[in-house]
Structure formats: structure tokens, C-alpha cells
Design a protein around this ligand. Structure first.
Ligand code: BYC
Ligand code: FE
Ligand code: FE
Length: 472
């Protein structure tokens, strides 16, 4: 279905046929724009940015590219097309028609999940607010802004659901989504990783690789939902998400490339002397962002997750492609937990292990990009391997929150943790060093900061010296 751009709020949900809803969203819109001006990318209001805008929800050719000022970006409400005769794919109500309205008994659960999802989107924009100052190139600056406007659109997607299906409480939640702020001591964002800082571009690329990928897995689970408007919203969000993870994977890959080039050219491991980011520092940033993102999957054993599944609200990753009964009653799944100084696996009901199962799908996916980064190092003939730390390393949520675990998966005493933490996680010195490399922004088309390689190709096949951002 194509998108109606003639309206104040572009949409493919026939918004004009519901005047009350349309007016409520039009009343929220200026608050959103005020939030964008206050909390969105700093100093960017007048820039012309080469952005893609969604123009249909077709899988081929859904996007249109052109220079736009970000406050004029056409944020809108786009749901993937409705599937005829779609039925609930899992849980107690498996096989019944999906819900087009919120069932009363699931109202507060659904609202809570939608609010949690919605909360992360503007949080990430807030976290990335200052990065424009230190962009390593116009290409990267454009990618940052592209991600920011799309996370803004993801907020719109959840706000639409809140307004359309949750009445007054939904409208109140939509306001609150603009009032909580990342890292705010009084009104923080809901989930831990979204209150961390994203102070430099290495953190940004790690965040878009690891944390946006949590987005992919959570959205995919919600795309299976029996609440059809949620499923359709998440489906379309996933098409946008791919680019965010691409920016992360290629961003880290380009840093790895540059580091290897410097090491080879100067026959040294000491790339800091040359203004590069050494591989052990990359490993520490990876350790941090991976572990913080693992926490986003929740507790290993979770009755919440079991309830979401049984109720048909939140499924597994690619639920319909899994061959089992899609009810999981009586099935078991092994989860890990610390027990007298080691880590043991024990079976629990599969229904309560759904967070852990999704976390496993996520870990497998994360490992693929790390393989590609290692290929770059290998091609340069350098003996170094980036690795994914053990799932129990540096956790704040779940069974491992109260123990120290090394990256290779040993439960360790306080003293060993303290003695090694600066080898395992970015130290003050690392952070100060990485920050010292940042900025001022590189604004000459086709030029890149010294610590990162140029990308393999331009966005939408643009030439190497394309002017992705015009500052006016
Ligand atoms: N931080 O039973 P559990 C994205 C709480 S990212 C703080 O495991 P549940 C994006 C939990 O609230 C995708 N608290 O919880 C990426 C619960 O509290 P209560 C975001 C946490 O609810 C980049 C208690 O611990 N989407 O889109 O089953 C850029 C028990 O835990 C945390 C979603 O997350 C935490 N990390 O599972 C932009 C999808 N973890 O009830 C965007 C929606 C747990 O005891 N959310 N707690 O007070 C969910 O599906 C679930 O809420 C979670 C947690 C999977 C997050
Ligand atoms: Fe998002
Ligand atoms: Fe994203």
C-alpha cells in the first residue's frame, strides 16, 4: 500500500477516516518536534541531509533519497500490509484469528511492551545527540542522521499504537515518552543500555552493531504478535533496522581496516602513536557493548516471557519457521547459572526460558560480524582475533548480576576482577584516548578522519566525494 504524503502526518493507515485519532496525533506532533529540536542532533536544524524517506511499504523500492532538512523529515505511520486471514501463531490461542483490537485481559501487558519498545527509540537519539560535532566524514554524519530520523519514526510507530488502541492512558504514555530522557537521574529511560553514554564514534558503531541488533530480535519477536497492528508496525520497522546494523558492522570494520593498515605500513603494534585505535581497545569496547546489550533480553528464567508467549503477545525469533507445537507446554530448555564457583547448565520449562532462547539467537547473529572483522585482520597478516565474551561476563540483569565472570567464562573473585577489569572493559585511559581522536568534524567531501578507512561504496551508489550533508 502506498503512503499518503498529502496529509500533515504521512500514513498508510487511512488516518483521515478517524478524525479524533488524527487530531490527537496532530496535537502530539508539535511536542515531538520540540523534543527533536531540544534533544535531537545538536546544531543540525538548518543542515540539508541526503536521507532516505519511506514512500511505500513494498519490499522493493520502498525508499526515496534526497536532501532534506531534518525537522522537515516526513515522519509518518507505516504498517506492513495486512495479511489476509492471519492467525495467532503460538500460545494458548494458536490458530485463532489475530486481534485487530486489544483484548481487555492483555491490555496492560501490551501497553507495557509497546511503551518499553517506544522508549528505546528516542533514547538512542538522545544518546547520539553530540556525535555530529566529531563526525569522521560527511558519509558517516549522514548515516548518523539517517539512523536518528528513523529511530524518531520508530517512536512514531509506537505512539500511533498507543493513541489508536489505548485511549487516554495511551495518550499519557505517549507524552511520557518525550519526558523521560537518557541518563536523566530523575526520569531515566526504562532499559539500562539506553541510559549509557554514546560519547564517541567507536561507541556509536558498537552500539549500532550490538544494541540496534537487540532491536532486530525484539522487533522480530513482536512481529509475531497476535495483536496484528503491533506485528505489522514491527515488520516495517525491521526493514529500516537493517541499515542501522550495516552502519555498525561496516563502521567497526573500517576502523579495523585502518588499524591494520597503520600496523602494516609502519610495522608496529603501537598504533596509538599514529592516531589509530589499537585492536585490544576495540576488543574492550566490543566486550562492553555486547554485555550491556545482552542485559536487554531480560532474565534467563522469566515468567513474564512465558506469559507473553502463552497469551500470544510475543513470539520467538522467526516463530513460523520453527518446527514444533508452538505451545511448548512440557518442553524444556537449558539455561546457565552460577553455582558454587562455576557455571552450570540446568533445564527449565522452555516457556520460562524464552528470553534466554532469544538471547542465544542474538549471540549467534553477533558472532557473524565478528568473523568478518577477523577476516580483515587475517588478510592483513596480523595475528589477532576479536572474540565475543562469555554470556555471563559483565552482566547486570539476570542470574549473573551478582557474580564476576571473566570474558572466557570463569566465575572469579573480586580481587581478580579488579586486577583485570581495565584489560576487559574500556578503561578511563582508553576512553580518554578514543575521545582525543574525535573531532572536529571532517566536512570536506570524500575525506575521512585518520582512525577510520573510507567505506567500500557510497550510499545509494553516490560518488566518493558526494556532498551528503550541506551545512548552508
Ligand atoms: N533494564 O522477566 P524479566 C531497540 C526488568 S532495542 C532494566 O526478564 P521481561 C533499539 C523487567 O522490566 C529493543 N530492567 O522482564 C535499539 C522486570 O521488571 P518487573 C527494545 C530490566 O519484561 C537501538 C524484571 O526486570 N525492545 O529497539 O520479560 C536503538 C524481570 O525481568 C531489564 C524491547 O525491549 C533491563 N535490561 O523482559 C534504538 C521489547 N531487563 O516487572 C532502539 C519490549 C529486565 O519485575 N520489551 N528488566 O518490575 C520486552 O520484551 C521486555 O520488557 C524485556 C524484559 C525483554 C526488555
Ligand atoms: Fe528503532
Ligand atoms: Fe535502530
Amino acid at each position: 500500500m502506498s503512503i499518503n504524503y498529502s496529509e500533515l502526518i504521512p500514513n498508510n493507515v487511512d488516518l483521515s477516516s478517524d478524525r479524533r485519532l488524527q487530531r490527537a496525533l496532530e496535537a502530539w506532533q508539535p511536542n515531538y518536534l520540540q523534543w527533536w529540536r531540544d534533544m535531537g542532533p545538536e546544531g543540525s536544524l538548518g543542515y540539508d541531509v541526503y536521507l532516505r524517506t519511506a514512500i511505500s511499504t513494498d519490499s522493493n523500492g520502498w525508499a526515496n533519497f534526497g536532501h532534506v532538512k531534518m525537522p522537515e523529515y516526513r515522519w509518518g505511520i507505516f504498517l506492513a500490509d495486512r495479511e489476509a486471514d492471519r492467525t495467532i501463531g503460538f500460545g494458548d490461542e494458536k490458530g485463532k484469528p489475530v486481534w485487530q483490537e486489544v483484548p481487555g485481559e492483555h491490555r496492560s501487558t501490551l501497553r507495557r511492551l509497546i511503551v518499553t519498545q517506544g522508549d528505546t527509540e528516542p533514547a538512542s537519539v538522545e544518546q547520539q545527540r553530540l556525535l555530529g560535532r566529531t563526525a569522521p566524514s560527511l558519509y558517516d554524519l549522514r548515516n548518523l542522521f539517517q539512523i536518528n530520523v528513523e529511530e524518531g519514526r520508530h517512536l512514531w510507530a509506537m505512539v500511533y499504537l498507543l493513541h489508536a488502541y489505548f485511549g487516554r492512558d495511551g495518550r499519557e504514555e505517549a507524552e511520557e515518552l518525550l519526558h523521560r530522557h537518557s541518563g536523566d537521574p530523575d526520569k531515566p529511560r526504562i532499559l539500562g543500555a539506553f541510559n549509557e553514554k554514546t560519547p564517541d564514534w567507536l561507541s556509536f558503531f558498537m552500539f549500532t552493531y550490538f544494541t540496534d541488533r537487540d532491536g532486530k530480535y525484539q522487533l522480530a519477536s513482536l512481529a509475531e504478535s497476535g495483536f496484528d497492528p503491533l506485528a505489522r508496525s514491527c515488520r516495517f520497522m525491521l526493514t529500516e533496522e537493517a541499515h542501522h546494523m550495516f552502519v555498525g558492522e561496516t563502521g567497526v570494520g573500517r576502523i579495523v581496516q585502518r588499524t591494520c593498515d597503520l600496523m602494516r605500513e609502519h610495522k608496529t603494534d603501537d598504533v596509538r602513536a599514529l592516531g589509530g585505535i589499537d585492536l585490544p581497545t576495540l576488543q574492550r569496547y566490543l566486550n562492553f557493548h555486547f554485555s550491556v546489550s545482552l542485559d536487554l533480553f531480560g532474565q534467563e528464567a522469566s515468567t513474564n516471557a512465558a506469559n507473553y508467549y502463552t497469551a500470544g503477545i510475543k513470539g520467538r525469533y522467526l516463530e513460523t519457521r520453527i518446527e514444533d507445537d508452538h505451545q511448548l507446554v512440557g518442553a524444556s530448555y537449558d539455561i546457565m547459572s552460577p553455582a558454587s564457583g562455576t557455571i552450570v547448565a540446568r533445564p527449565v520449562p522452555a516457556l520460562s526460558a524464552l528470553n534466554e532462547r532469544l538471547r542465544q539467537d542474538y549471540i549467534d547473529d553477533c558472532a557473524k560480524g565478528v568473523l568478518r572483522w577477523n577476516k580483515i585482520i587475517e588478510r592483513a597478516g596480523i595475528a589477532f582475533e576479536l572474540t565475543i565474551p562469555h554470556r555471563a561476563f559483565h552482566r547486570r540483569i539476570g542470574a549473573f548480576a551478582d557474580v564476576h565472570v571473566s570474558p572466557d567464562g570463569r566465575v572469579i573473585a573480586d580481587a581478580e576482577w579488579k586486577a583485570n577489569v581495565d584489560k576487559w572493559l574500556p578503561s578511563e585511559t582508553d576512553q580518554t584516548y578514543v575521545r582525543s581522536l574525535m573531532g572536529p568534524a571532517v566536512t570536506e567531501p570524500g575525506k575521512y578522519a585518520n582512525w577510520i578507512a573510507a567505506p567500500g561504496r557510497g550510499i545509494n551508489n553516490q560518488a566518493a566525494d558526494f556532498e551528503y550533508v550541506r551545512f548552508n
